[in-house]
Write a protein that binds this ligand. Structure first.
Ligand code: GDP
Ligand code: MG
Length: 883
């Protein structure tokens, strides 16, 4: 270990072997060849010799050291031939420093290699050779104490001088230009530093490498910060002083700047130094920015019923993109504006490591509701009239009964006898008032019930004594039972010879509607809507039932109620029929109805009279709403119009968001179902119906049909005609559409053909269920199916004393036939089902009218046809099941 060969040593110290041999010999070590071993002893000897020999020569001379650095780079040059060439450039720099300290290393051979640039393509070489050939030697001799003292003295002297100069500068600024002073100062400063350096080195003797540059100009750049300090401080001091002086000094300052080093400029904010290449770094305290939080903060996020992705991201103080990414990981592709339902949002928030709480919204809406309750509390407990709905199978006499009661009890005795159809009317009997809802079919009842507004107190079930229990009779029983509303059976058409009331009793008892005389609790009244026999008994029965129910309400305070029906009237704007349930509705009140609100311009009762107010159980027509609400929407009169508007706006956006979120969920669930239950068949259905109640009844029944093998998916539901959007949803999810008492509009029909979407029309709920059931069980037996054979559009309505209302029509599809059943459609919703009374072309009765022809149509027992309505003619045919 301690012995190595001469050659190795030469390599280590970086000296040619022969030179080393020479030196060894001079040191008195006899080693002849490069393979000879050199012992530690000999190495020391050599070292001592070398040190002595050099030391004798240059004891007090500062040593110098040369540092070499070569930088290789390449240049792209376009030659004269136009060819691009790559030229390698090697720049070798050599810098020599004067060494004041000792170097405890062996001699370093001077070595100056000629710098040659290796050329790749072209013989272009850039060469910087800065190579003063220097003897480098290690020096042992220490600098004497004298030198140290001298240096210290020199430093003191310099400091003094500087102080003097500074003072002079202050006093004689006018006489001297600042530049001169500064340059002189710098010169002094340099000298001082050099002296200091020497002193330091002398004191240390440890051989620490400190460098002082040969060339002061260049050296400035190499000064370290510590060395820089005195000047900088000084400069700043001067600046501060200078500031108090005149402005002509500024010029001088500029000059000083030129003399200052770049590193000084860097810190001098007064200096305008645009040519400094280094980025100007502001002091830490002045830097803008923020420090990234180290710990992840878990927070509590309140989630409303729906929230968009963007809003949720904001709540969590994260980027929306991050949230979208998380959702993608959960398998949901969403956009920033997409609303999420509460459950999804909560899941997501928890996934992100935060706490989620479902927002319990004490909304303006709730505020208004409780305000209303408070206002009504004073008048609580007053008896009110029962609200009655008449139900029953088609043609069993509902309309006839309603009309009879109305004409007999309301219009009778009144001048002109003009009655106003507002969806409900009120009669006074000797036993008290009764309010009848007269919306055709089950509409009012079901739509209100679906919205949680149980407006009906008693259901009158009309059963024709000559026909007995029919499908819609059963439907009516189920509806009223589900709602917990008591039934009174009106056995109608008792004037007919074939009337068989016992048959009705029998059949109804099979559906758990037991007459009182058979031990049940249901009143059966025999009557005739045609002759009016038994109608008074029915009214008595209603009053009796109402007494049992002990119906009460407050007749004071803000009104609360429900929309029975509403429409847009050309002259009067939005017109809504309202049933007040409690409180009192006044003209001039601000009213909130579903998504709309407004100040009540006028109140019109069922007899067409303007009234000032309406109390509990009173139907009234209201003008002044901002838009058309839906049947079944709740109504509230409020004090503050701003709050009403706020609630209406809130509800609108909420409804839209909920709808969107539901649609999205339906799609996703559907996808999920298809993926995980691959072997399980699924049927997707979209249900559209005339009223919400039917929608819900159908959707529920269909969903309940699901078995282990087949799943029935109701992916969307809605009230009203089938629109193009329904078709696209159906096409996207492979669903078929159930239209219950509604029809597809023209654009939807077209789209359904293009997209091959199956639309099925029904008017009896049981048919909907039966058809799906059959399809599920694979039965393909023939079915009786209604086929629409013709469609006529009502252009105008004429009144003739002989025929009543005659609709002037244009057949727009197929053929309208005289002896086929028809339906009257308004806004693609079935409003009447019946038959033709007359079909005429010009003055002739005809059997059929073809597409493109005009005709006059009289609808039997229906006089409310309006221009714009459609009359569809259908046939019941037997067809093979095709689902
Ligand atoms: P709805 O479909 O239940 O509204 O039944 P309608 O009130 O439209 O009546 C259907 C048909 O039955 C009409 O032709 C009425 O004239 C007839 N009708 C209704 N009530 C009676 C009745 O008490 N006696 C007789 N003979 N016919 C009636
Ligand atoms: Mg009717």
């Amino acid at each position: 270990m301690s012995e190595i060969t001469v050659a190795n040593l030469a390599e280590i110290v970086g000296t040619p072997v022969d030179k080393l041999l020479e030196q060894l010999q001079s040191a008195g070590i006899a080693l002849s060849g490069p393979e000879e071993m050199v012992s530690d002893e000999q190495k020391k000897q050599l070292l001592t010799f070398l040190k002595q020999s050099h030391g004798a020569k240059e004891t007090n001379e500062p040593k110098r050291i040369t540092l070499k650095r070569s930088v290789k780079s390449s240049l792209k040059v376009t030659g004269s031939s136009g060819k691009a060439k790559t030229v390698s450039v090697e720049v070798r720099k050599k810098r020599t420093y004067v060494k004041g300290g000792k170097i405890a290393a062996a001699e370093v051979e001077p070595e100056t290699k000629p710098a040659v640039a290796p050329v790749v393509d072209a013989p272009v070489a850039v060469e910087t050779v800065e190579a003063p050939v220097l003897d480098e030697a290690a020096q042992k001799a220490a600098i004497e104490a004298a030198a140290q003292a001298e240096a210290a003295k020199e430093a003191e002297r310099l400091a003094q001088e500087k102080a003097e100069l500074t003072a002079k500068l202050t006093q004689q600024a006018e006489a001297l230009t600042r530049a001169e002073v500064e340059s002189r100062l710098l010169e002094k400063e340099k000298q001082k530093r050099e002296a200091e350096q020497t002193a330091k080195e002398a004191a240390k003797k440890s051989g620490k490498k400190d460098t002082v540059d040969e060339e002061p100009k260049r050296g400035r750049h190499f000064r370290d910060a510590e060395e820089e300090k005195p000047i900088r401080d000084d400069g700043n001091k001067k600046k501060r002083k200078k500031k108090t002086r005149g402005s002509d000094e500024n010029e001088a300052e500029d000059v000083i700047s030129k003399y200052s080093s770049s590193s000084r400029r860097k810190t001098d904010k007064h200096d305008i130094a645009p040519k400094v290449n280094k980025p100007i770094v502001a002091p830490k305290a002045l830097q803008h920015g923020f420090s990234k939080p180290v710990e992840k903060k878990s927070m509590v996020v309140e989630i409303p019923e729906t929230i968009t992705v963007g809003e949720l991201a904001q709540e969590m103080s994260i980027k929306a993109a991050q949230l979208i990414k998380s959702l993608m990981k959960m398998g949901q592709m969403v956009t920033i504006n997409q609303p999420l339902d509460q459950d999804t949002a909560i899941l997501l928030v928890e996934e992100m490591g935060h706490q989620a709480v479902a927002k319990s919204e004490v909304t303006v809406e709730q505020e208004l509701i409780s305000e209303g309750e408070k206002s009504r509390s004073a008048g609580e407990g007053k008896p009110r009239a029962p609200v009655v709905t008449i139900m029953g199978h088609v043609d069993h006499g509902k309309t006839s009964l309603l009309d009879f009661i109305r004409t007999a009890k309301v219009a009778a005795g009144e001048a002109g006898g003009i009655t106003q159809h507002i969806g409900a009317y009120h009669v006074e009997t000797k036993r008290g008032g009764i309010t009848f809802l007269d919306t055709p079919g089950h509409a009012a009842f079901t739509s209100m019930r679906a919205r949680g507004a149980n407006a009906t107190d008693i259901v009158i079930l009309v059963v024709a004594a000559d026909d007995g229990v029919m499908p819609q009779t059963i439907e009516a029983i189920q509806h009223s039972k589900a709602a917990g509303v008591p039934l009174i059976v009106a056995v109608n058409k008792m004037d007919k010879p074939e009337a068989d009331p016992d048959r009705v009793k029998n059949e109804l008892s099979q559906h758990e509607v037991i007459p009182e005389d058979w031990g049940g609790d249901t009143q059966f009244i025999h009557l005739s809507a045609k002759t009016g026999d038994g109608v008074d008994e029915l009214l008595d029965a209603i009053s009796l039932q109402a007494e049992l129910l002990e119906l009460k309400a407050s007749d004071e305070g803000h009104a609360k109620g429900v929309v029975i029906e509403a429409r847009l009237d050309k002259g009067r704007g939005a017109v809504a029929s309202i049933l007040v349930q409690s409180g009192t509705l006044n003209k001039g009140d601000i009213m909130l109805a579903g998504l709309h609100y407004g100040r009540i311009r006028a109140l019109i009762n069922d007899q067409g009279e303007m009234v000032d107010s309406a109390g509990p159980s009173m139907p009234v027509e209201v003008l002044g709403l901002s838009g058309v609400p839906s049947a079944g929407d709740d109504v509230l009169s409020v004090e503050n119009e701003r709050k009403a508007r706020e609630v209406a706006t809130d509800r609108t956006s909420k409804q839209r968001d909920e709808k969107l979120a539901r649609q999205q969920a339906a799609k996703l669930e559907n996808m999920f179902a298809n993926m995980t239950e691959a072997e399980k068949k699924s049927v997707s259905v979209i249900v559209k119906a005339d009223v919400q109640g039917s929608v819900e009844a159908i959707a529920k029944s269909l969903t309940e049909l699901s078995t282990d093998e087949v799943v029935v998916n109701v992916i969307a539901t809605g009230v009203g005609g089938i629109a193009e959007t329904d078709i696209s949803l159906a096409a996207a999810s492979g669903a078929y559409i159930v239209g219950f008492n509604v029809r597809a509009d023209a654009s939807a029909r077209k789209a359904s053909e293009v997209e091959a979407v199956d639309i099925r029309y029904y008017s009896v709920i049981y048919d909907v269920i039966d058809e799906v059931k059959a399809a599920m069980s694979g039965m393909l037996s023939p079915e009786r199916r209604q086929e629409i054979i013709g469609l006529a559009e009502v252009r105008d309505v004429f009144r003739s004393p002989k025929f009543g209302a005659v609709a002037g029509c244009m057949v727009i599809e197929g053929t309208v036939k005289r002896n086929r059943p028809i339906r009257v459609l308004r806004d693609n919703v079935v409003i009447y089902e019946g038959e033709l009374e007359s079909l005429r072309r010009f003055k002739d009765d005809v059997q059929e009218v073809r597409h493109g022809m005009e005709c006059g149509i009289g609808v039997k027992n229906y006089n409310d046809v309006k221009a714009g309505d459609q009359i569809e003619c259908f046939e019941v045919t037997e067809v093979a099941r095709t689902i």
